[in-house]
Design a protein around this ligand. Structure first.
Ligand code: THU
Length: 161
């Protein structure tokens, strides 16, 4: 038996002014979009911005439903909309913000990580992930892989000997 461990690297910024101008602006846009969250059941507002190549922003918010499982997270609303409208554009970044927050940001649910991973694997270039919750510190991950280690890769089942 061998004990193994993996390490995840990410950057932490104390506030918006510590970030680059572009990322700070993207977070501001995502924050403004929190008002569009439809979350009457949880009151937990989430907003996501997908930055596509060519400087295209696509926004999404969580959309809830009285039949709870019929709702969808903000990140998937945003990424499915982005890839439905611009199927051939690569995704450069995904920004995820929530209205509520403490010291550290909330991070995306497992289903959203898996959905984002599909596009990262397909485009063969990493998607940066930027997280902020309320006035929390800001976390930046270079790749979805950092948030979903040991991801299932379709290539594994498509490979033929
Ligand atoms: N939610 C998101 O939009 N993204 C996540 O990654 C986690 C949770 C939403 C779903 C639901 O509307 C509310 O937050 C509470 O779970």
């Amino acid at each position: 038996m061998v004990n193994k461990k993996i390490e995840i690297n990410f950057k932490e910024y104390n506030n918006l002014s510590a970030l680059g101008d572009q990322d700070a602006e993207l977070i501001k846009i995502a924050d403004t979009n929190l008002a569009n969250s439809y979350s009457p059941y949880s009151q937990f507002k989430v907003s996501s911005l997908i930055l596509l190549e060519g400087n295209i922003n696509v926004l999404g918010t969580n959309q809830e439903n009285s039949a709870y499982p019929s709702g969808l997270c903000a990140e998937r609303v945003a990424v499915f909309s982005a890839k439905s409208t611009y199927p051939n554009k690569k995704i450069e970044k995904v920004v995820i913000v929530t209205e509520q927050g403490n010291e550290f940001p909330f991070s995306p649910c497992g289903s959203c990580r898996q959905a984002l991973m599909e596009y990262e694997l397909n485009q063969k270039e990493p998607i940066e992930v930027i997280l902020k919750s309320g006035n929390s510190k800001i976390w930046v991950f270079k790749s979805i892989k950092d948030l979903l280690p040991f991801a299932f890769e379709a290539e594994d089942i498509l490979k033929k000997e």
